[in-house]
Design a binder for this molecule. Structure first.
Ligand SMILES: [Zn+2]
Ligand SMILES: [Zn+2]
Length: 228
């Protein structure tokens, strides 16, 4: 299943992308679902009910949470997450509440994610393809691939209709609810998908069970979910 899991609506002051336009056009872009990730808020819940919409599109609610050490896409029960947490405090909340966090556009020059977040095991998913990054910024994730084990996701970071669905995340399991996406992310059952950003040398990567067992589901607040 293909989702654009990084999308801003006009609830974010920087975005011009209307909720109606997302609902109307997402399926035509080949998307099975869209995650709304407005900056620091899940206000989207006041305008839309989460889940499968009338036209079959799955819309899930998340958030892009900014810290001094980077921006993170959060999925889980974070409607009331306190603002202004630092990254370590934010990860404590994510772990305690059983959510999932993605290091967003980690090598974007103006909003990088600090490496300790991956090195010290706070974050297990990296947005390796972001539609608003330059190709060079996306390719720099390779320096982390050499050193660390993590799952990868992709998202358009759309702020306009034109951008919607340009970069996507493929899921290896059916995703129909917020619980499903949290499970998929925490178990590395995801890969970035982008017709215009992924070259032949960078095929979508799905972590093997072996890597998942070795590198995921462990650490504070991350109980092992996959044990097969
Ligand atoms: Zn924005
Ligand atoms: Zn964003």
């Amino acid at each position: 299943m293909l989702f654009d899991i990084h999308v801003h609506t006009t609830i974010s002051s920087c975005s011009q992308l209307k909720i109606d336009a997302i609902l109307k056009h997402a399926k035509n872009r080949g998307l099975d679902g869209v995650c709304i990730t407005d900056h620091q808020t899940m206000e989207i819940r006041r305008y839309l009910s989460e889940g499968i919409q009338g036209n079959g599109l799955c819309v899930l609610f998340g958030m892009e949470y900014s810290t001094p050490d980077g921006d993170f896409l959060l999925f889980g029960p974070f409607e009331d997450i306190p603002p202004d947490l630092n990254a370590v405090q934010m990860f404590e909340v994510v772990a305690r509440r059983g959510g999932a966090a993605i290091a967003a556009h980690p090598f974007r020059t103006k909003r990088p994610v600090r490496e300790y977040v991956i090195r010290e095991g706070f974050c297990h998913v990296v947005e390796s393809f972001n539609g608003r990054n330059t190709d060079a910024e996306n390719l720099r994730v390779d320096s982390w691939r050499q050193k660390y084990v993590f799952a990868e996701s992709g998202g358009s970071d759309a702020h306009t209709l034109e951008e919607l669905g340009r970069v996507r995340t493929g899921f290896a399991i059916p995703v129909r609810s917020r619980a499903d996406i949290v499970f998929a992310l925490r178990n590395g059952l995801c890969y970035p998908d982008s017709s215009d950003k992924i070259s032949a040398e960078q095929p979508p990567k799905l972590l093997s069970d072996c890597q998942i067992r070795g590198g995921f589901g462990v650490g504070p607040g991350y109980p092992v979910v996959i044990s097969a």
